[in-house]
Every structure is written in structure tokens, then in C-alpha cells.
Design a protein around this ligand. Structure first.
Ligand SMILES: [Zn+2]
Length: 231
């Protein structure tokens, strides 16, 4: 294929993408907040997915010229497949969503609760390389409270997907709002993207901060208070 045809093909692809975004129907999962998933995403079992990914990853390694008979490399396709499905992308499967029990707010604690410095590892969906960061989540109880470790688990669940940081922030916030039955939720994420620090522009010092302030957190007062706790 000559370069011109390739260019035309690329342009067409972009155009198609443009149209498909504009004509998204309600029955599509392609919204900004939802991770774009196909409807048949769970037709294959985890075991079948791992077998398939292993074969495909072996192919990638083979195409790159790696010798798959080498002792150090031959287990890699299986390891990658297992890691994708069981660990770093396990949050794609709703079956892995943490079960969260609510408790009555017995202590009548009605100030903000902040769980800070939740370390997470995610992966950039554009390059499939790590995003490493800290999440800080806060809420003001509407009468219900959840166990502190659950806040952490919710962060980890959404981090274990191919992600963009903005979506990760909003997905955590929406999940908390839903579970805690309140709009008064805040999420702050400060993360380093390895696609920025280890390749491309190779900026090793920058980090990205994204925030979500819902309900009562939308006042300068509350934001200042929250930021004081995070110092
Ligand atoms: Zn990236």
C-alpha cells in the first residue's frame, strides 16, 4: 500500500470515528463516563480469554523477532494473559466489583471523612503502560457510612481497567455517590503517566491532577478544608 492510500485510510478512519461519536445511541455503552465495552464483552469465559490472549501475545512477540523457545521468554504469553485478566484489567468485569455494605451512621458524624493517599496502579488505555498515582476520596455522610477499606477497594476496582485519568476520577465519584446515597463526594487523583515519563516527551517530573467536587464540596470553604487535610 502506498503512503497516499494509507493517509486516505487514516483520514477515513478519523472521520468514521467522528460520526460514530455523534450518533451514539442510548443502547451503546460508549459514553464519556462508561468504559467503552462491547455488548459481547463477557461471552468468553476468563479461561477462554486467557488462552486467546496468550496466543495473540505470543504472535506479537514472534513478530518482533523474539525467540519463544528461549526459557526466559516461553512462559511470557501465559503470564501476560493471566496478569491482564486476573489482575491489572480485572476491573473490566462487573463480577469483580466490590460488594459494599452500608452501616448506619451511629456516631452521628456529620463532618467530612477523608481517606487519603490511596496508592493505585492503573494503565493508560492509549498506550497500555502504567499510570501510578494516589487517590484521595472524601464524603459527607447522608446517614450511611461504609467501611474505610471499601473506599480503597472501589478505587482499586476502577483503576484495574485500561483508563484515562479523567474517567477514572469520575467513575470513582459516581460509584461513591451511588453507594453512599449522597452528592457530597470528592475525588482527587494525582498520578504519573508512564507514557509521558518514559516515552514520548519523556517528562519525568510532571504529574497530572484531576478532581471531582460534588454537592457540598462545591464551595471554596469545603475545598480549602479538604485541601488542608491533604497537605
Ligand atoms: Zn498514554
Amino acid at each position: 500500500m502506498n503512503l497516499e492510500t494509507l493517509d486516505a485510510k487514516k483520514k477515513n478512519k478519523n472521520k468514521l470515528n467522528g460520526i460514530s461519536h455523534e450518533t451514539i445511541g442510548d443502547d451503546h455503552l460508549y459514553t464519556g463516563l462508561e468504559t467503552p465495552m462491547r455488548k459481547d464483552a463477557f461471552k468468553l469465559t476468563d479461561k477462554e480469554k486467557k488462552e486467546k490472549i496468550s496466543l495473540l501475545f505470543e504472535e506479537i512477540m514472534h513478530v518482533m523477532g523474539l525467540d519463544l523457545t528461549d526459557d526466559s521468554l516461553k512462559g511470557t504469553p501465559d503470564r501476560v494473559a493471566k496478569m491482564y485478566i486476573d489482575e491489572i484489567f480485572s476491573g473490566l468485569n462487573p463480577a469483580n466489583k466490590p460488594q459494599v455494605a452500608l452501616f448506619e451512621n451511629k456516631y452521628q458524624y456529620n463532618q467530612m471523612l477523608v481517606e487519603k493517599d490511596i496508592t493505585f496502579y492503573s494503565n493508560c488505555e492509549h498506550h497500555f503502560v502504567p499510570i501510578i498515582g494516589k487517590a484521595h476520596v472524601a464524603y459527607i455522610s447522608s446517614g450511611k457510612v461504609i467501611g474505610l477499606s471499601k473506599l480503597n477497594r472501589i478505587v482499586q476496582y476502577y483503576a484495574k481497567r485500561p483508563q484515562v485519568q479523567e474517567r477514572l476520577t469520575n467513575q470513582i465519584a459516581e460509584a461513591l455517590k451511588d453507594i453512599l446515597e449522597t452528592e457530597d463526594v470528592a475525588v482527587i487523583i494525582d498520578a504519573k503517566h508512564l507514557c509521558v515519563s518514559s516515552r514520548g516527551i519523556k517528562d519525568d517530573t510532571s504529574s497530572t491532577v484531576t478532581v471531582y467536587y460534588g454537592g457540598k464540596f462545591n464551595t471554596t470553604e469545603k475545598i480549602t478544608e479538604l485541601q488542608n487535610y491533604l497537605k
